[in-house]
Design a protein around this ligand. Structure first.
Ligand code: GDG
Length: 472
């Protein structure tokens, strides 16, 4: 049995199953952010990755891909319905995003969540080397740290929470709130996106479990030994800025951006890029833009809006409803304000290659990030990273984690439609000197604090707890 010094545990494996050239199934690296983030940490180390292979009932043995041992966890259609679409995306996701949609509390979903979390914990326990480090990722796997600690008390456990952690009054609604806190506290280091998330978590610990907290630590009592100290702290995630800059410097990408501008033809381009999710504030953004057109403050020839809404969670009802609402709104606005020659909103319910995303970022005068609640929002950081000439305006929701670092953006409250309209007008007419001043400050932050630094900071806190460093 192969065992690794570093084991990543995430809902998905970092690969997609595709049809190979010979018609046989093959694997292709998926372009996700977590892969790049962790890749840097894994370099030169014996690494394994535990996760679901992306298709139901895929019962496969562990295999090596790109020097990493991939350990597929099999999920049945029922598991996917109850653990993934159900408890993860129908209960935890809306509850942790300030109940923007109503969370459903179903006991059968919880049972599936426990069952599947155990499966992930067992796979991690089987593949971690003696005294190794296991890094668990995100809200689908909050019970894994404790389950793993019971199976393998010798390993060091980290957990990173990519989405917000809600205020106590909301978290307290969860019927299984204690179990979730106990599950997370199985880790040695628990990472959050914002200082406020770590604060909310500690408040819930104090109120519900009555464990003492001090600074970045929680003291967890144990039955037979001295209490354990758990670190719970903010580690704001970032992007691989160099990789984005490299794309932004490629002649074909630059040429594509110029062509897009020319073809669109309007004076200004505003851009939104989001997974089609109710947390992203796409409806609010469309409403503000539609009203500016209705008020006659702008025309479609003057300001075009490109909205990429990449398909997401089509099996969850709230997402189907959201898609309908957005598509009706886009249809109405275009019906009223497009002309034979110009289209007010170019709406794309599709995923695009990263090159195309970067070309869009380069073509856009204004980037709209109007999330009602967002753990971090990497799109905001990607836009900033590629704007090498220091032009462009980022309009950023104060409810996205990125607002903590990107205070030089035009910050908005997306619920305040009048405020958003004013800020959009300010964004499309901002003098270049002001754009440059703001963009320079933001670019410095994003480039200095890239994802490699994020990984290093998390690992430094993990290593401080260990007799030997991870990777030694
Ligand atoms: C969760 C948290 C947190 C999107 N469409 C396409 C595409 N993307 C890429 C973006 C960006 C990523 O997907 C989206 O990241 P976000 O951070 O904006 O949002 P979530 O997906 O909700 O991520 C979030 C994040 O985890 C990390 O911790 O920041 O708060 O919700 O990289 O560029 N990429 C390509 N084609 C698309 O059509 N290639």
């Amino acid at each position: 049995m192969t065992r690794a010094d570093l084991v990543i545990v995430a809902n998905r494996l970092p690969v997609d199953r595709i049809e190979g050239p010979d018609g046989e199934p093959a694997w292709r690296r998926s372009p996700g952010g977590l892969v790049t983030a962790v890749e840097q940490v894994m370099q030169g180390m014996d690494g394994a990755w535990v996760g679901w292979g992306g298709q139901p009932d895929l019962d496969l043995e562990p295999f090596v891909f790109d020097d990493t041992l991939l350990v597929p966890v099999s999920l049945s259609r029922e598991d996917l319905r109850d653990y993934y679409e159900g408890f993860s995306n129908g209960t935890i996701w809306p509850l942790y995003h300030d109940v923007i949609a109503t969370p459903e509390f179903k006991r059968s979903w919880w049972d599936a969540y426990v069952r599947v979390n155990r499966r992930f914990a067992e796979a991690a326990a089987e593949h971690a080397a003696d005294g190794g480090f296991v890094w668990v990722h995100d809200y689908q796997l909050q019970l894994v740290p404790q389950m793993l600690r019971e199976l393998r008390p010798d390993v060091t456990i980290g957990y990173f929470h990519h989405i917000p952690f809600p205020a106590y009054a909301l978290f307290a609604q969860l019927p299984w709130r204690r179990q979730v806190l106990d599950g997370l506290l199985g880790a040695d280091v628990i990472g959050f996106q914002r200082v406020a998330d770590a604060g909310n978590f500690q408040r819930s610990i104090r109120r519900l479990l009555r464990y003492p907290t001090k600074g970045d630590t929680v003291t967890v009592p144990t039955i037979d030994t001295t209490p354990r100290t758990v670190i719970s702290k903010a580690y704001p995630i970032s992007i691989d800025a160099d990789q984005f800059l490299e794309l932004a410097r490629r002649p074909d990408v630059i040429a594509r951006a110029a062509r897009l501008r020319e073809q669109i033809g309007s004076e200004k381009i505003m851009l939104g890029v989001d997974r089609l999710d109710y947390t992203k504030g796409i409806r609010h953004r469309l409403k503000a833009y539609g009203e500016l057109l209705a008020d006659g403050l702008i025309t479609g020839e003057h300001v075009t809006l490109i909205q990429v809404a990449s398909p997401s969670r089509p099996g969850v009802e709230a997402y189907q409803d959201l898609r309908d609402e957005i598509e009706i709104t886009v249809g109405r606005i275009n019906g009223d304000y497009s002309t034979v020659e110009t289209t007010a909103i170019r709406y794309l319910h599709q995923g695009f290659p990263r090159e195309e995303m970067v070309a869009l970022y380069l073509a856009a005068d204004v980037m709209l990030v109007t999330a009602l609640r967002d753990g971090m929002n990497l799109v905001a950081k990607e836009y900033v990273a590629v704007r090498q000439d220091n032009t462009g305006v980022l309009l950023l929701s104060e409810f996205a984690g990125a607002a903590d670092e990107l205070g030089s953006a035009l910050l908005v409250n997306p619920h305040d439609i009048e405020g958003m309209k004013d800020t959009m007008m300010r964004a499309v007419s901002m003098p270049v000197a002001e754009q440059t001043r703001r963009m320079k400050t933001m670019r410095r932050k994003v480039i200095e604090n890239d994802v490699a630094k994020w990984g290093k900071k998390f690992l430094a806190d993990v290593n401080a707890l260990r007799p030997r460093e991870v990777g030694e």
